[in-house]
Design a protein around this ligand. Structure first.
Ligand SMILES: *[C@@H]1O[C@H](CO)[C@@H](O)[C@H](O)[C@H]1NC(C)=O
Ligand SMILES: *[C@@H]1O[C@H](CO)[C@@H](O)[C@H](O)[C@H]1NC(C)=O
Ligand SMILES: *[C@@H]1O[C@H](CO)[C@@H](O)[C@H](O)[C@H]1NC(C)=O
Ligand SMILES: *[C@@H]1O[C@H](CO)[C@@H](O)[C@H](O)[C@H]1NC(C)=O
Ligand SMILES: *[C@@H]1O[C@H](CO)[C@@H](O)[C@H](O)[C@H]1NC(C)=O
Ligand SMILES: *[C@@H]1O[C@H](CO)[C@@H](O)[C@H](O)[C@H]1NC(C)=O
Ligand SMILES: *[C@@H]1O[C@H](CO)[C@@H](O)[C@H](O)[C@H]1NC(C)=O
Ligand SMILES: *[C@@H]1O[C@H](CO)[C@@H](O)[C@H](O)[C@H]1NC(C)=O
Ligand SMILES: *[C@@H]1O[C@H](CO)[C@@H](O)[C@H](O)[C@H]1NC(C)=O
Ligand SMILES: *[C@@H]1O[C@H](CO)[C@@H](O)[C@H](O)[C@H]1NC(C)=O
Ligand SMILES: *[C@@H]1O[C@H](CO)[C@@H](O)[C@H](O)[C@H]1NC(C)=O
Length: 683
């Protein structure tokens, strides 16, 4: 029975993965020819931005610097002409597969469907010399059979300004009261650039380089995780031969995802294409949510909503009848160029970062757009100071705490919240924070502090009105603690990065994240690290002795399954050995167990007798974040408190058994964030 359930899960997971793969692969065609690029001298139109509709089924925005062509009324971006290049987008792709919005959705309990949100109506919103805005509208047909079309009205908007080297994109999604229920899991804006031209990808100062191509991937060898491909023979450039490529290796945390993109470095042009996201307010799940950004294709996207690194809990689920409206964006698609004889990819990356800072500074955009996007004077502000009680019961500043407003909810609920807007900031070293540009609405104020377990939530709800300035002084976070620390493993920071992340297999490297050997902060992004567990612990599972081991070297980054042959994966039991000089009887000890990730796992805790059938504590089956398979170092955060009666402990040597009890497949497991055993309260 159990085995059958295991297989079922495995199959479901595989189907999901395959589905994602199919969705992302789209109907990509190999480029057959490269566009010749002639050196057209481009000047800004003296008469500002033009909206051209004279070609059938086309709308063109043109400001003399950039010309963007849309399908009409579909509202896809089919062409971007810039700096003498006729089309930056992949001309060998279907027009519907170049620049588009999409969504993965399902009727409750039904199969997931994929929709590219084609518009059926075109409208000009603004037609001034300094600014043009166009709209492509898709309207839900309430009379259509339930489950056939996504119950959503979508208004895709694009704005171009005079002198602006690029264009803005945003979308207004709306559900009207009375419509059928639905789950909507992935909402994205995707651009597929010309493979023949765009070969250099940049995500950050350290994460950038020339990349393999989609053709290399196609000729590659698929690995155990379906989106990962080994490139034994990369034809685009031999330097990639033998590397692994997997788009999840280029994921970013939303808080860091403000600019990324590609550079064209052919002989004639040095041109950059950048996705600039000046605010995370419309993203889901808070600042640590991870999503795809740019990856081999060459593809650049803005992911507005996804279940990646989180699972179905981050899916937007709408009840039958539930109304909803949300504005995704605006994001800015920025184009830059430099003289190829006097410039480099660095020139363009630095310029893109500068442009990103400009866009962040001008957020919220005050140019005229939809009334669903409030301008700065229609927004509010919350400031304050957060302090935290430390291990010695002293009130200290919550230095660098993450403080945010999200939909009213329970403690920590922000990481699973997906329908509303979230506004996050980081406090200074004194715990002072200012959250700016908050949309009117009702919120809870949440926070967490690195170095402390758990989550803070301010008691009352916070109502923001246009112009609100709310001051919250003397906020105080009292993290869970009932007694002194007897021992601890790790750092409470919602990540497993401080543990032992093994060296990658030399035959399974992706050198993208490995160009600075003195910085191993991206080491976890390599393929196959999970399999190193069996090499490190061939005969028995991990045993950690508190007095003599250290977690950086001796605590494997993920509690994974073991392959006992014939592709049979079984759960494993780790041991923590510790000494107690004395045990207080009667006494209540407390185990604090913080997890950084979990995938279809069950973690059980036993003390001193691993054979007892009934564990002292079990998480039950938890987690769908798939962080191990997707090269994350965390998924969602879990915190468990386990009462440990003194009768289970003894003076001298003790062993805590941590069992991940679910068998089945290689990517099942948990990552720990932090573990602490507390003695009984001294009162
Ligand atoms: C285009 O411009 C580049 C330098 O910007 C120059 O090297 C090249 O010769 C020009 N090509 C043509 C066809 O004019
Ligand atoms: C809406 O759906 C109904 C039922 O399928 C159909 O008869 C009608 O023509 C549709 N209306 C529009 C505007 O497409
Ligand atoms: C690599 O690709 C080239 C060109 O397609 C081919 O000639 C060669 O045999 C391939 N080598 C391997 C090891 O696949
Ligand atoms: C090269 O670029 C730099 C700045 O990027 C500029 O100051 C310099 O004038 C340029 N040189 C030529 C020959 O265009
Ligand atoms: C903004 O647009 C609205 C209509 O869309 C118009 O009435 C208003 O005058 C515009 N404001 C500015 C400053 O252009
Ligand atoms: C916010 O809360 C207040 C008081 O509880 C309530 O009257 C109001 O309707 C709420 N506003 C929204 C937008 O939910
Ligand atoms: C490499 O990483 C180290 C440590 O993070 C950093 O100090 C150094 O500046 C980096 N070097 C480069 C070239 O980025
Ligand atoms: C491996 O698994 C297959 C299918 O479950 C089974 O038929 C075979 O006997 C197994 N082989 C060994 C060596 O256990
Ligand atoms: C019990 O042991 C702890 C250290 O492990 C020590 O601080 C404490 O004083 C001891 N208590 C007694 C009653 O011996
Ligand atoms: C320990 O916890 C139990 C149950 O919560 C409680 O009944 C008991 O009084 C506690 N014992 C001590 C010594 O605090
Ligand atoms: C307690 O554990 C230590 C190693 O952690 C070992 O050296 C010692 O022999 C053990 N003592 C007993 C009584 O088992």
């Amino acid at each position: 029975m159990r085995q059958r359930v295991g297989w079922l899960l495995w199959t479901v997971l595989l189907m999901l993965v395959l589905f994602c793969f199919l969705v992302d692969a789209g109907n990509y065609n190999a480029p057959r020819r490269a566009l010749g690029s002639n050196n057209i001298s481009v000047r800004q139109h003296e008469d500002g931005v033009k909206i051209l509709t004279d070609t059938p089924n086309r709308v063109v925005l043109d400001n003399g610097l950039v010309q963007v062509t849309f399908s009409n009324p579909g509202g896809d971006v089919v062409g971007i002409k810039y700096n003498g290049i006729d089309n930056l987008l992949e001309i060998n792709n279907e027009e519907t597969n170049r620049g588009y919005w999409d969504i993965v959705w399902s009727n409750p309990g039904k199969k997931f469907a994929y929709d590219k949100l084609y518009g059926t109506e075109f409208k000009v919103i603004t037609a001034r010399k300094d600014q043009a805005e166009v709209s492509f509208i898709k309207t839900y047909n309430v009379s259509s059979p339930n489950g056939l079309y996504v119950p959503l009205n979508v208004d895709k908007r694009y704005i171009m300004q005079r002198g602006g080297s690029g264009f803005y994109a945003y979308s207004i999604f709306e559900r009207i009261e009375g419509w059928p229920g639905a789950e909507m899991d992935h909402i994205r804006l995707v651009f597929k650039l010309q493979q023949a031209k765009f070969r250099y990808m940049a995500l950050s100062d350290t994460r950038q380089r020339f990349m393999p191509t989609q053709d290399d991937r196609r000729n590659g060898q698929r690995l155990a995780y379906v989106e990962a491909v080994l490139l034994p023979n990369a034809t685009s450039n031999p330097i990639f031969a033998g590397e692994v490529d997997d788009k999840y290796q280029y994921s970013m945390e939303d808080k860091d995802n403000k600019v990324h993109g590609w550079v064209c470095t052919d002989d004639q042009s040095l041109v950059g294409f950048w996705m600039i996201t000046p605010s995370s307010e419309f993203r889901i799940g808070g600042p640590l949510k991870q999503d795809l950004a740019s990856h081999v294709g060459p593809t650049t996207m803005s992911v507005f909503s996804s279940t990646h690194y989180a699972g179905g809990q981050l899916g937007m689920r709408f009840r039958q009848g539930e109304a909803w409206k949300k504005v995704f964006g605006p994001v800015f698609l920025y184009l830059n160029s430099a003289d190829p004889n006097n410039g480099s990819t660095t020139t363009l990356w630095n310029n893109a970062k500068e442009q990103m800072r400009k866009q962040v500074k001008s957020w919220p955009y005050n140019f005229n757009s939809s009334q669903d996007f409030p301008s700065s004077d229609q927004r509010g502000l919350v400031s304050g100071r957060l302090q935290v009680i430390d291990a010695s019961n002293v009130l200290v500043p919550a230095s660098s705490a993450y403080v945010g407003l999200a939909a009213p909810g329970e403690i920590g609920s922000w990481q699973k919240e997906s329908k509303g807007y979230q506004f996050w900031t980081q406090a200074d070293e004194n715990g002072q924070f200012v959250i700016k540009h908050v949309r009117p609405g009702n919120y809870s104020l949440y926070a967490w502090v690195t170095g402390f377990i758990g989550d803070y939530k301010h008691e009352g709800e916070i109502t923001i009105k246009p112009g609100s300035r709310i001051q919250l002084d003397n906020l105080r976070y009292e993290p869970p603690r009932s007694g002194p620390t007897l021992w601890e493993i790790g750092i409470p920071d919602r990540s497993a990065a401080e543990f032992n992340i093994p060296d990658p297999y030399p035959t399974l490297m992706n050198k993208f994240d490995n160009n600075n050997h003195s910085d191993d902060s991206d080491k976890f992004r390599q393929y196959g690290l999970w399999a190193r567990y069996e090499e490190l612990y061939p005969d028995h599972d991990l045993i950690y002795t508190v007095d003599s081991n250290n977690y950086r070297d001796d605590w494997f980054y993920a509690h994974v399954t073991r392959n006992i042959g014939n592709e049979t994966y079984v759960g494993t039991t780790w041991q923590v050995k510790f000494q107690l000089h004395n045990v207080t009887h009667p006494g209540n000890y407390t185990l604090r167990l913080a997890l950084a990730a979990a995938t279809l796992s069950e973690l059980q805790v036993r003390f001193n007798d691993r054979s007892v059938a009934r564990p002292l504590f079990s998480t039950g089956k938890i987690g769908e974040d798939n962080a191990i398979a997707r090269h994350g170092i965390h998924g969602l955060y879990w915190l468990f408190h386990v009462d440990v009666p003194s009768t289970l402990l003894r003076e001298g040597n003790n062993t805590m058994y941590l069992t991940q009890s679910r068998d089945g497949f290689t990517f099942r497991g948990v990552m720990y964030d932090y573990i602490r055993l507390e003695g009984p309260s001294s009162q």
